[in-house]
Design a protein around this ligand. Structure first.
Ligand code: UD1
Length: 427
């Protein structure tokens, strides 16, 4: 169990290179199972979730090898195993993303049923219903989703999703890539990571159109050939560093990023009083010497404000002038960082899915606990702004989504270090 020790209070200043997007990389790694020829995936972030995905691909019989620290070669040509075991799915819910590719390629899959997690119950009914509409027969047995395709090959279908789901859209898009005939997915998620997956599938020989709109059309092909693909930059990592610049009243330029994927967040940052400048592949945020105002916002599917940036902007609001309401509409239990922020002197009250944040003049360091990946990002941002020392416990959450976080923050002038502790988790 690692801890991050942060001595806050100094403005961040400098430039930071953004890594590849975890949430684009995970479905793209699953998509490698569809290809009969080897694929090379570039710009993979060095994260625990990526390592777990590689372990999963290998458990499914694919051969994986690193060409460099961020480029993975996957050969699933002779991959013939169809069981995604509990030990890996329990580490990472996104393992469910192999269900569509396995069914499309082999007509059979057994994937451990993902449980709930800290941020809510997170069902997978939309994934299963869509696959059933494409001809799969699914039962839950012994904690596993056991799926077969009696006809041998999935068939195209017209699928309307009643809830916008990123993961279900991805799973069904991958399944439809190798199905017979045309699949139309209505009310599809529009996230940039969906577009990245569609671009990747098309680069490997699929026929997907409409990505980025709410209607996806996929014409199934007999096989995917393989090829090379570069994962998009991580928009949430980008937003996290910009939020850290705000909370510390500093200036940060994020490079190797894509400003077009972060519009809703940048609008809120400007509304709060930060100066934001963008170039083709960089964003700079300057809040030096500025008084920032707390801003209201509501999370919703893309292109609206992302739930994955909610805790970071809550931390910024906690240090701003005035008060603001935050509505979380995607996950049931995603305001958990509020209690920990209050231990640092923040004034946040939570009722249901809404948080009222009253800004305070100064947060103070305290020992705090990360409950999930994005909640921990909010705590780190608050710690960077706070006076004195903060110890953030359960850093394994943050390591799932942020590559070399302490190194990157040190490069911006933060006083942050990592401590290895032997103590086991206490819950
Ligand atoms: C993905 C992201 C996660 C992000 C989330 C929302 C990855 C690996 N993770 O998660 O970081 O916070 O999108 O932008 O890309 N739902 C159902 N039934 C289903 C599936 C989902 O009811 O079958 C509900 C969920 O409970 C949730 C909502 O739909 O309330 C959105 O979830 P979804 O978009 O599926 O999130 P993930 O793909 O799990």
């Amino acid at each position: 169990m690692d801890q991050l020790i942060i001595r806050g209070g100094a403005p961040l200043d400098g430039e930071v290179a953004i890594s590849g997007a975890k949430n684009a990389a995970l479905p793209i790694l699953a998509a490698a199972l569809l290809a009969e020829q080897p694929v090379v995936i570039d710009n993979l972030p060095a994260l625990n979730d990526i390592t777990t995905s590689v372990d999963l691909l290998e458990a499914l019989g694919a051969h994986c090898g690193w060409d460099s620290s961020h480029a993975l070669r996957v050969d699933a040509g002779r991959a013939d195993k169809v069981v995604a075991p509990y030990e890996l799915v329990v580490k990472m819910r996104a393992s469910i993303l192999v269900l569509g590719p396995l069914l499309a390629r082999h007509g059979r899959a057994e994937v451990s049923f993902p449980g709930g997690c800290a941020i809510g119950s997170r069902p997978v009914d939309l994934h299963l219903r869509g696959l059933e509409m494409m001809g799969a027969v699914i039962e839950i047995d012994g904690g596993y989703i056991k799926a077969t395709v009696p006809a041998g090959r999935l068939h195209g279908s017209h699928i309307l999703m009643d809830v916008v789901s990123v993961g279900a859209t991805e799973n069904l898009m991958m399944a439809a890539a190798l199905a017979s005939g045309q699949t139309v997915i209505e009310n599809a998620a529009r996230e940039p990571e969906i577009v990245d997956l569609a671009n990747c599938l098309n680069a490997w020989g699929a026929k997907v159109s409409g990505a980025g709109s709410n209607q996806l059309v996929i014409d199934g092909v007999a096989a995917l050939t393989g090829g090379r693909y570069t994962v998009m930059p991580d928009r949430i990592e980008t937003g996290t560093f910009l939020a850290a610049a705000m909370a510390t009243r500093g200036r940060v330029r994020t490079t190797h990023t894509d400003p077009t994927t972060l519009e809703a967040v940048l609008i809120k940052m400007q509304e709060a009083g930060a100066e934001v400048t963008i170039g083709a592949d960089w964003i700079e945020l300057d809040s030096r010497g500025r008084e920032l105002r707390a801003v209201d916002f509501r999370t919703a599917p893309y292109p609206a404000f992302p739930t994955d940036m909610q805790s970071q902007l809550m931390a910024v609001n906690a240090t701003a002038t005035g008060s603001a309401m935050i509505h979380e509409t995607i996950f049931e239990n995603r305001l958990m960082q509020a209690q920990e922020l209050n231990r640092m002197g923040a004034k946040i009250t939570v009722e249901g899915h809404t948080a009222l944040v009253k800004g305070v003049a100064q947060l103070r360091g305290a020992p705090v606990r990360a409950s999930d990946l994005r909640a921990s990002a909010g705590l780190v941002i608050a710690a960077l702004a706070a006076s004195g020392e903060t110890v953030v416990d359960r850093v394994y959450h943050i390591d799932r989504g942020y590559e070399r976080i302490e190194e990157k923050l040190q490069g911006l002038g933060a006083t942050i270090s990592r401590r290895h502790t032997a103590a086991p988790p206490t819950d």
